[in-house]
Design a protein around this ligand. Structure first.
Ligand code: CA2
Length: 148
């Protein structure tokens, strides 16, 4: 638990690599998971990697992380901009939270500039493509989680 990180992904990210590669790149979510596993191993972290299209699943996993994880990396996808419920769930989590966006949301439509999750996140990574997940894990391993 002390070095377990939940890596949570929101709606439509299961389509990564299959549509809109000009925005989200060519890697699939399975590729991203494999890269996260490599980065976690290098950083001495365990990860639990999950994706759902349902807000309730994401909230349930954030609740589960209260007992099971030391940190959360989350790309809430469209729920970033709409979900007070995900913000409330994250407010009940005690460890570091890093919000990741593959695209630079600030260079896109105005509705993507607002993030409820950022009100809780300790850091936000946007626009680095899928490398943002690896950066988040590396940061947690080096700076935020105690060594075992
Ligand atoms: O840039 C990001 O990571 C986003 O969180 C992605 C969300 C979007 O709603 C956020 O504003 C920014 C969308 C995820 C949908 O991913 C797709 C991937 C391929 C094809 C279609 C959707």
């Amino acid at each position: 638990m002390r070095r377990t990180v939940y890596v949570l992904n929101g709606p439509n990210l299961n389509l990564l690599g299959r549509r809109q590669p000009e925005i989200y790149g060519a890697k699939t979510l399975a590729d991203v998971e494999a890269e996260c596993r490599q980065a976690a191993e290098a950083a001495g972290l365990e990860i639990v990697f999950r994706q759902s299209n349902a807000e309730a699943d994401l909230i349930g996993w954030i609740h589960e992380a209260r007992d099971e994880a030391a940190a959360i990396v989350i790309n809430p996808a469209a729920y970033t901009h709409t979900s007070v419920a995900i913000l409330d769930a994250l407010q009940a989590f005690d460890g570091p939270v890093i919000e990741v966006h593959i695209s630079n949301v600030h260079r896109r439509e105005a509705f993507r500039h607002q993030s409820y999750v950022s009100l809780r996140a300790d850091a936000v990574i946007a626009g680095l493509g899928t490398a943002g997940y690896r950066m988040a894990l590396r940061y947690l391993g080096e700076h935020a989680l105690p060594s075992s």
